[in-house]
Design a protein around this ligand. Sequence first.
Ligand SMILES: [Zn+2]
Length: 468
Amino acid sequence: MLPPKKGRIPSRIAMNCLWRVLAIFLPFLPSTLSLQPAQARVLLVSFDGFRWDYIYKASTPNFHYAMENGVHVKQVTNIFITKTYPNHYTMVTGLYAESHGVVANEMYDPILNETFSLNKMEVYNSKFWEEATPIWITNQREGHKTGAAMWPGTDVKIHGAFPTYYMPYDFAVSFEDRVARLIDWFTSEEPINFGLLYWEQPDQMGHILGPENPLMGPVISDIDKKLGYLVSELKKAKLWDVVNVIITSDHGMSQSSSERLIELDQYVNRELYEVIEQSPVVAILPKEGKLDEVYEALANAHPNMTVYKKEQIPDRLHYKHNSRIQPILAVADEGWEILHKKSDGFQPGNHGYDNILPEMHPIFLAFGPAFRKNATKEAMNSTDLYPLLCHLLGINPLPNNGSFNAVKDILAEEVPFGADTYATVVGVFLGSFLVMVFIAVFVKHFILVQANTMQMQHTEAAQPLLQD
Ligand SMILES: [Zn+2]
């Protein structure tokens, strides 16, 4: 039998020791892996037309309770035009209107030669939604389930899919019924990780009354009660400590006046053009060959109306590069309305104006395990909501106009050491420890073996002398 080569003995001992060390630590590895966060759950809520400062205009104890338990972002710059459909689609895509393609509540696409209308509820043509992919589709493609209670666009088939669960739009369905469905979806055997909830108020009453009307007080307080109901239902279902809730809106509201009306008929023959989107940002489609004539007639017509040819629209509005944006855009100053003639009538409250105006900005609150408590942040862009949602859901965001870095400071833990990296840190620590133990055991046994070998050689060398 060949004598063992030098070095084999230490390797064998080291392997033996490694197995012993692994045998000791392996039982702990599963608990290390289980430090991965439980499936993150998010509920996104929109109270249509809830202006950022409504919480200071009426008794809103539930909004303030949510603020104490979460983060309040004071100024959210939404996207132009400050209307319902464009802004709701921005929240779920992170894109400006020119990029997601839902550029207005009323649209005409000259390439498709088709129209889209919120007023007529002609919103189910998938093609108008498919320039972008909303977050619920991405969430489902990554193996999760989504539940949507009447969020705009969630009952439209987009890229061949609906949300996992959704309610076809019906304004007659109560807020309480919408909440009940969401609670069911969050607590079912195969739960959703992402819910979307939409409520039509206080937008409708804001239009009817005007935001400065004292009667808006009870309307705002009613929304506060609805938020209180949502919080109590989350608590009842044991979801309060588990679900991250974001309360926001699409836009604010501005007070209109019969003193602030601009009549297009005074300046240009209405036979020369068609109005696609209505006041206060009027999308004008001139008849064939009439572009310059209509533009010249309107360009300097009224000091409170700015008129752009499409290519002149300022870059900061991100509202130019889409075929659904019409050749001429007439933008009213805040509080002004653009009509054919005064007798067309107008509503006391309206929105749609420049997104730089604070009165167009929505509320934004966030509470739940992922968020800081009793914290405020001065400002963010509504495009940042999408990458934030993707982070919370643990899904990969598609290319977007937002920035996660701009909003990560509202999260409870610093991102580099957030819950999702905790297991990695523990894993690296444990791995390093195992390597150090292995090296220590290896070195110890190597020294012992070397010592034994030297002792044996010394004994062999000494024996002949003794024999002699
Ligand atoms: Zn509205």
